[in-house]
Design a protein around this ligand. Structure first.
Ligand code: ADP
Ligand code: ADP
Length: 237
């Protein structure tokens, strides 16, 4: 069953030059993300991948078409309800986006505070998450004391804190060396297998898709030009 579904979705922006045509970032995309799967979205820089993520995460409205999350069309929902949709979707980023002035534990605790969890519940959940990502001994460290791989593990713990059913990873390993990339991908695979979290992995790297994804959509010029099982899409005809 599709947990995220896009039907004829387009997103365009006004051109910075007066009178010039609008910039089309996503062009008539229809895409189904199956629950429990790892779906890769691959394409060159400028293909429209990040824009697609912002549409799925309800950070920006579509220009045309419909985005459906968990069977519910989010297009046109009021901001209050969009916030609830966003709470069900975790995100990790290329540059990790940690709060540099907060400790590892405070970073992971942050979304739980925002969601109104009680102090004891937060402490227990943060402990559980840091154990899961293997950083229990770094609870009181600050991000600038961590390696890139450790920072991304904090990012993963923070993204999973409120138990989202969907995790969006936007070039999450692009700033990491090959060995650390494999470690982080292995952790993401555990997130998928042990927690059943549906994953959308945005990347320009084929290796990342081959390591982790079962489904793939190939983007080019704002369009999805191919989608299906990784094996079928990447095997030569
Ligand atoms: P990718 O993530 O695949 O590199 P993007 O989604 O970032 O691609 O960008 C797709 C296209 O849309 C690019 O041409 C980019 O310049 C344009 N674009 C993205 N966001 C904006 C924006 N906020 N305003 C104007 N143009 C944008
Ligand atoms: P604050 O002063 O903001 O409470 P703390 O660093 O004491 O800062 O804790 C931030 C959050 O992280 C708190 O909710 C706390 O319960 C949790 N926390 C702190 N250290 C740990 C730890 N070692 N294991 C689990 N949770 C922790």
């Amino acid at each position: 069953m599709a947990i995220v579904s896009l039907a004829n979705v387009s997103k365009s922006y006004p051109s910075p030059e007066r009178g010039a045509p609008r910039i089309v970032a996503v062009d008539d995309v229809s895409l189904e993300i199956e629950a429990g799967e790892v779906t890769g979205i691959i394409g060159y820089s400028g293909a429209g991948k990040s824009t697609l993520v912002r549409l799925i995460n309800a950070l920006e409205p579509v220009t045309e078409g419909t985005v459906t999350i968990d069977g519910r069309a989010i297009t046109g929902l009021p901001e209050r309800e969009l916030r609830a949709v966003r709470l069900g979707i975790g995100m990790i980023f290329q540059q990790f986006n940690l709060f540099e002035a907060k400790t590892v534990a405070q970073n992971v605790a942050y979304p739980l505070k925002v969601a109104g969890w009680g102090k004891a519940e937060i402490t227990a959940r943060v402990q559980e998450l840091l154990d899961f990502v293997g950083l229990a001994d770094k609870a009181r460290a600050y991000p600038d004391q961590l390696s890139g791989g450790q920072k991304q593990r904090v990012g993963i713990a923070r993204a999973l804190a409120t138990r989202p059913r969907i995790l969006l990873a936007d070039e999450a390993t692009s700033a990491l060396d090959p060995e650390t990339t494999q470690e982080v991908l292995a952790l993401l695979k555990r997130v998928n297998e042990e927690y059943g979290v549906t994953m959308v992995v945005i990347t320009h790297e084929m290796d990342v898709i081959q390591s982790i994804a079962t489904k793939v959509a190939v983007m080019d010029g704002g369009r999805v030009i191919e989608q299906g099982d990784v094996f079928d899409v990447f095997s030569d005809p």
